[in-house]
Design a protein around this ligand. Sequence first.
Ligand code: F6R
Length: 369
Amino acid sequence: EKGGYETFMEKEIHEQPHAVRDTLLGRTDEDGQLILDDMRISEEELAAVDRIYVVACGTASYAGMTAKYAIEHWTRIPVEVSLAHEFRYCDPIVDERTLVVSISQSGETMDTLMAVKHARELGARTLSICNTHGSTIPRESDAVLYTHAGPEIAVASTKAFVAQITACFVLGLYLAQLRGETYADDAKQVMAELHGVPDKLESLLGTMDRVEEIARFMADSRAVLFLGRHVGYPIAMEGALKLKELAYIHAEGFAAGELKHGPIALIEPGQPVFVVVPGPDTPHELHKKVVSNIQEIRARGARTLVIAEEGDEDVVPFADEVIRVPHTSPLLQPLLTVVPLQVFALHLSTAKGLDVDQPRNLAKSVTVE
Ligand code: F6R
């Protein structure tokens, strides 16, 4: 049942190329127009949407944070990502032109369900991105976009995460198309690039031996920090969450730009820090800025574990380890950069002799508030 892998989590990490491929399957018609499942919202209503809330918990909320950059860029609709359990208490600004997008692997997370119900009471249109057919959240929503990651057994979410990001991209491109011609060409190009991601994931997964080794050497780490910027920021938080839940190590993800506003005080000799580096073609010189963050923490003795694109030589002088990912356009990078962080947490947990698939105190779906 584990397909030759030691754990479900390892199997599911290796199923990520399929999760992305299958989630994209059947999403475009012969004219290249995007199609969604189960739409009980009219195109007119969707075209009129002027605000989006994403409600989700944990890893699913990081998928939402990642997607926010892409959806805002393509649609120019403001997107706010709210932890589902905070949504009701923040007096959200919601009306019938608001689209509330819930993201949930299980479709049974009570916090997320309650946020969806609250959104409906306030008159919002609700759309569920979900991995489980027939589950509660899709049934309670006006529209559904299923992710096709297949059943996820390990408690820690991996393949559902990349499928959620993929589904959010499909939604963003669809909304962009509904809103006007200008984005149509963009959409085709992004879809074409998305279709190339599964192969890149496949080749990336074939290069994870060194990450496994690093994890084994780090089994007695007390704290690990993760830095990222732009779409790398939610990935840093996801890397930290994976390490907390699987290896019971204190871990924190930061926006790299925030370092100098406080967290840099945590850097002492030997402190391991993962840095997710934006591709060299990311706008606004973000690449250069993150490289100089690496330089700053290295100068203070940090052990820098750098995730960078193939061919990015600028990081080499300041990196104790360079973990390579294939090139993609900046918004799609999270689909790749998350992989080494999942693999790292998996092997560190294994090296500590812990139960990877069933970490302590956690349940696969959290059906209480
Ligand atoms: C982390 C993890 C959790 C879930 C969260 C939401 O690895 O699995 O953070 O992502 O509990 O669960 P779903 O997506 O089922 O609503």
